[in-house]
Design a protein around this ligand. Structure first.
Ligand code: GLP
Length: 240
């Protein structure tokens, strides 16, 4: 399917436009479970929502896309902390209704399977917020991830570890593995909201939506979802 594309001049405006998509879903009564992404792309969206605090926002449940394995859950860059700091608190969500995979579990593979079950048991995700990685990853579904993949433990590629080293004091500190929702898990969400901006993202949307559908570029699987909204700045939307 072709995505609905909304362009905006800069990252703040991308955040505001994306927030309007979330607000519209809330108003329509179509949002009780939100899927939240980390990374820098959705931050302006979360800020915009924190400012507008639409009616009903504080009632929703949320599931994070992914979490590092083997990082102290108290580490400020664990996604548990990032989600608490950037989403749960500023948006006024109920912390008991916000879930993040347990990357510190003794058995991370089991924690991953349980997370998949929790999502299913909740009735599924109504609206999934997504970013895109420089290598085409969605969540931590790195190149090679299959269309049918579920929530699981994955190895991070060297490129992703280098990308994410900006969040850590030293590149060696970046974890080597993560628990991530699978491609199939993500595609099961009723609606996807992909937020993309910045010079490093130029060309990625074109590859995702105009290129071949292939595990080599996991974001290309978004072509098979019927309800994708892309909010992007002009540079990243080029060629769509
Ligand atoms: C991160 C996250 C993804 C995110 C992507 C892009 O590592 N696991 O969920 O979408 O990479 O990050 P950013 O938005 O900072 O460019």
């Amino acid at each position: 399917g072709q995505p609905q594309i909304i362009t905006a001049p800069d990252r703040q405006a991308v955040g505001r436009e994306a927030a309007r998509v979330v607000e519209a879903a809330l108003t329509a009564g179509e949002l009780s479970t939100l899927g939240v992404a980390t990374g820098s792309s959705p931050l302006p969206l979360y800020r915009a929502l924190a400012a507008s605090r639409p009616e009903g926002l504080s009632e929703i449940a949320a599931f994070a896309l992914d979490e590092y394995v083997g990082l102290d859950p108290q580490h400020p860059e664990s996604y548990r902390q990032v989600v608490r700091r950037e989403v749960t608190e500023p948006l006024g969500l109920d912390p008991h209704k916000v879930r993040v995979p347990d990357g510190a579990a003794e058995n991370p593979a089991l924690a991953a399977r349980m997370y998949e079950e929790q999502i299913a048991a909740s009735g599924g995700i109504d609206l999934q917020i997504l970013g895109i990685g420089g290598n085409g990853h969605i969540a931590f579904n790195e190149p090679g991830s299959e269309r049918i993949s579920l929530t699981r433990v994955v190895d991070l590629t060297p490129a992703t570890r280098i990308d994410n080293s900006r969040f850590f004091d030293h590149p060696d500190e970046v974890p080597r593995q993560a628990i991530t929702q699978g491609v199939a898990t993500i595609l099961r969400a009723r609606r996807l909201l992909l937020v993309v901006h910045g010079p490093t993202k130029s060309g990625l949307l074109r590859r995702a939506f105009e290129g071949p559908v292939t595990p080599d570029f996991p974001a290309s699987f978004l072509q098979s979802h019927p309800q994708v909204t892309v909010v992007a700045d002009q540079v990243s939307a080029q060629g769509l």
